[in-house]
Design a protein around this ligand. Structure first.
Ligand SMILES: [Zn+2]
Length: 499
């Protein structure tokens, strides 16, 4: 009963009066600030107010849900459950495999038409809240989920994408940190609840002022180039990389999600620095082998947001162990970061700024996260940006696409700035689909088998292995093929003998 468990922890945390007062204060503050924006409108006029209180209250917003305040963790998790119940043909909720350091479940939503049916659609992954205080990233992600579900069948562009792409949203990668920040127990918390390397913790322990600066920076814990320039070595520092690559369950969740799907496009939402970022994020990386196509999409996103777009190393700061690095160097995924809701001197400004950021209105004229999200969603559907396998195999057969290789960390920095060796991480990517009943082939949208080198601007000449197995058949009824395929190319795979 994971949800019951979460609720009871939250109830414990919220049991002090001080917390209740702090929450009330913050909500009041947010609503007051939000009211400086022209969001009250006619809706507010319908609410009778006392003669003395002339402050307009934001009672609804143009967001798909009409929300006017940041979601809590409990609300977000409940909303995901409700979405799956309301739209069973298009939404599947699932738990990522690892519980957080404080024992919480991390939920994801998988969204496409016929979500329960296996298919060969390309996958677009969007995440929110690696960093605890970056609240807008939860709401931007959740509102986009509502947006595409509500506009499916109304807007032809969204209707087509609902048909052609499998969208996976992980609105809260770091629920422990979010709970601490969103309840204001530690409002400016950035990291996870790993209070001490190597041991789990309760949320109450994480809230202890003693551990105020503890935790791992989850966007420094991914394996590719982990431990290089652009992360802290000390556990109390702001960008602590963690004890080892993928030491944190929250990031093993993301690793396993990427490894089990053909994620062709990915977005990690952050705040508040007005950038569209791509790899390289650390100076240990080469120029990406795909730099032309990868950057071109980044520049279009920069246009949608009216922000600078480019590699972290050129337009931002160095960061090692980021989501982009893992997604790109493990599978060639075109992965980006958005730095949302800039210019408000806060990681979570008044909610009106979230509304403006979503639509590119008000404080952010022409800078629309929605436009960027839709561009990425559309990029996932564009076969020239990934690879396609045309597989002939008998109806009902299970098809598995796999490859194994070794991913490398950076030469790990020591506290005295010298470098230790590289951590080599054996890795297997495995995704599956099925040949539908009555069909004799599957079109599978996949990442290129050629993998970008971590050492030079070139591709590694790797292949996918495609395995066909028949349910209930004898062990001999398996057939394998290897296929090498580059970005933008199609390859035919003949597995008709799998019977
Ligand atoms: Zn961040």
């Amino acid at each position: 009963m994971p949800r019951t468990r979460t609720v009871s922890i939250v109830a414990t945390l919220r049991s002090t009066r001080a917390v209740t007062r702090a929450v009330t204060r913050a909500v009041t503050r947010a609503v007051t600030l939000a009211a400086t924006f022209a969001l009250a409108g006619a809706a507010a006029a319908q609410n009778p107010r006392t003669a003395r209180d002339t402050t307009p209250v934001m009672t609804s917003s143009p967001l798909p849900t009409g929300r006017v305040t940041y979601r809590t963790l409990v609300e977000t998790n409940l909303e995901m459950e409700q979405l799956a119940a309301r739209y069973p043909d298009r939404v599947r909720r699932f738990a990522l495999p690892h519980r957080t350091v404080a024992g919480q479940v991390v939920w994801a939503l998988e969204i496409t038409r016929g979500v329960a049916e296996p298919d060969g659609k390309p996958v677009f992954v969007m995440t929110g809240l690696h960093h605890a205080r970056e609240w807008p990233t939860v709401d931007l992600t959740m509102e986009f989920v509502h947006d595409i579900l509500m506009n499916d069948g109304q807007d032809p562009r969204i209707t087509r994408l609902m048909d052609e792409v499998r969208f996976i949203a992980v609105p809260v990668v770091n629920p422990d940190g979010y709970e601490l920040s969103r309840t204001l127990l530690n409002e400016q918390k950035r990291k996870s609840c790993r209070v001490e390397p190597g041991r789990d913790a309760t949320l109450a322990e994480c809230a202890n002022p003693r551990y105020r600066n503890a935790g791992v920076d989850l966007n420094r814990n991914y394996g590719a180039f982990w431990g290089g320039i652009g992360a802290n070595i000390g556990a109390g520092e702001g960008s602590f990389r963690g004890a080892a690559p993928f030491s944190e369950p929250e990031i093993r969740n993301m690793r396993d999600l990427f490894n089990a799907h053909q994620v062709v496009v990915a977005l990690s939402n952050h705040t508040p620095d007005a950038k569209v970022l791509r790899a390289p994020s650390s100076p240990d990386e080469p120029t990406p082998a795909d730099v032309e196509a990868y950057d071109a999409l980044g520049q279009l996103l920069g246009g949608d947001l009216r922000w600078d777009a480019g590699p972290w190393t050129r337009i931002y700061y160095a960061a090692s162990g980021t989501m982009e690095e893992y997604a790109y160097y493990s599978a060639g995924t075109f992965a980006y970061t958005f730095e949302n809701t800039p210019g408000q001197r806060s990681f979570h400004p008044a909610y009106a700024f979230v509304v403006d950021q979503y639509f590119g209105t008000g404080a952010y004229p022409g800078s629309s996260a929605r436009a960027g999200f839709l561009r990425l969603y559309e990029a996932a559907a564009d076969a020239t940006k990934h690879a396609v396998l045309e597989i002939q195999a008998p109806a009902g057969a299970t098809l598995t696409l796999s490859k194994s290789f070794t991913l490398e960390s950076a030469q790990v920095l020591r506290a005295d700035s010298s470098r230790a060796g590289i951590v080599a991480m054996p890795l297997t990517l495995t995704s599956t689909t099925m040949v539908p009943a009555g069909a004799d082939r599957v079109t599978w949208h996949v990442n290129p088998s050629l993998r970008p080198s971590q050492h030079a601007q070139e591709f590694l000449q790797e292949s996918w292995t495609v395995t066909c197995t028949r349910a209930g058949a004898t062990a001999g009824a398996t057939q394998r093929a290897t296929v090498m395929v580059a970005r933008g190319k199609r390859a035919a795979v003949d597995l008709r003998a799998c019977r």
